[in-house]
Design a protein around this ligand. Structure first.
Ligand code: SF4
Length: 166
């Protein structure tokens, strides 16, 4: 069973509706979508991501350098910043909460930028899903090619995309 079949098996088919037939995605979420099999941070997040995964082929995809349509329902998004990596810092690194928030957000943005650079994408440009799939297949052929981006991801053991690579 290939990744697409596994994803489809695990989720309900639902369409999402956006105003202008565009889904906004930040860089690293292009890869998350490849490996998603129904896990997430909470129910809202997971339901939203399921809808996006199921209908993405019907939409234009705009690559953004900020929060996207996945982040929109994420419990880690606060004041437009990603707090996922808030506890990443050692106690002696910084005690300032604003610094921690800034750095947490920067970690995610760096991950996005690596994907965008590697896939030769332009921020704010639009792509079809097929085009993105072709670029993914060209760019990320091995587990090693994903190391600098996905290493230490909390979903590494659940990600079908990582598991599909050798
Ligand atoms: S963890 Fe951060 S990047 Fe991922 S969906 Fe949540 S807010 Fe967005």
């Amino acid at each position: 069973m290939n990744i697409k079949e596994k994803i489809t098996e695990n989720i309900n088919i639902k369409e999402i509706n956006t105003k202008d037939n565009v889904i906004k995605l930040r860089g690293h979420h292009i890869l998350c979508i490849q490996g998603f099999q129904g896990y997430g941070y909470d129910e809202n997040f997971t339901e939203n991501l399921k809808k996006i995964v199921n209908s993405i082929e019907n939409f234009k995809i705009q690559i953004v350098n900020a929060n996207d349509d996945v982040c929109e329902k994420c419990p880690y998004l606060k004041d437009e910043k990603c707090l996922m990596n808030l506890n990443h810092f050692k106690n002696n690194e910084t005690n300032n909460n604003q610094d921690k928030i800034k750095k947490s957000n920067e970690i995610i943005k760096k991950m996005d930028q690596k994907v965008i650079n590697n896939m030769n994408l332009k921020i704010n440009s639009y792509y079809t899903y097929i085009d993105l799939k072709n670029r993914i297949n060209e760019t990320f052929k091995t587990k090693k090619s994903l190391e600098a981006i996905c290493l230490n991801c909390k979903w590494e053991n659940e990600c079908l995309f990582i598991q599909s690579k050798e």
